[in-house]
Design a protein around this ligand. Sequence first.
Ligand SMILES: C[S@@+](CC[C@H](N)C(=O)[O-])C[C@H]1O[C@@H](n2cnc3c(N)ncnc32)[C@H](O)[C@@H]1O
Ligand SMILES: [Zn+2]
Length: 239
Amino acid sequence: MTQFLGTTREASRPLHLIGFHVSARGTRYYDRAALLIDEDGRVSGSVERIAERDGVAQTAEARGMVMGNRLALMLEFEGASPSGVMLDLAAETRRHGAALIGRIAGADGATALAYVMAHAPAARLDRSPTHGWGTVLENAVLAGETVLGIDGPVGAEQTPYSFRTDDNRHVEPTGYGHFVNHACEPSCGIVYDSVTALPTLVALRDLAAGEEVTFDYTGTEGDLAGAFECRCPALVHKV
Ligand SMILES: C[S@@+](CC[C@H](N)C(=O)[O-])C[C@H]1O[C@@H](n2cnc3c(N)ncnc32)[C@H](O)[C@@H]1O
Ligand SMILES: [Zn+2]
């Protein structure tokens, strides 16, 4: 058994994380990571890097080390030159789950950029039958339980990915929230934190592992920033 980010898990069970950074050219990248941590803290696994909007993933092999609350990770991207990048991250507790905060740099240590990796105990990222990538339940949750806390920069711009918290106030999620699809009969509803007003997704019924985390965009988002024809499993659609 290994202990990291407030969870105890068998060494053979992957830890799912989602990394985020903005490249020097301004592209937003999401890293879908599945990591195995052995009893000595050695880390191995894979990362798929998804560029915002095109959804295409670039695969990397991950190797590294957990030391206390720190994670050092080397990513070797297939076919890239130079192929290696280093992550140096420290864990902190979030409202729900945890995040690893630090820097990403080329293997030579040049141009370190800010990097955040989120862990939501109940969630992972997977392909969605509705659209592209979707946030999927890793564990079963009961009705009323929190599934996901939405975190990220808050601003006046509404985007196809943002969560509205008030008039002219939108959170641009850096974690699993970025990939939550709309459903006309959703699995989750939105509750707002009484202090920060940040949204939380809460299960509307008992949900099984593998079910998709969805919410009804029309309940909170007003005029949607990106129009789409709904392909959710409901028979009657709202959008
Ligand atoms: C927050 S993103 C969700 C993540 C998205 N699936 C992806 O792979 O990037 C929202 C966008 O996903 C698509 N989408 C979300 N829910 C959908 C649905 N029920 N039917 C069709 N497309 C949907 C729309 O293009 C929408 O603007
Ligand atoms: Zn629908």
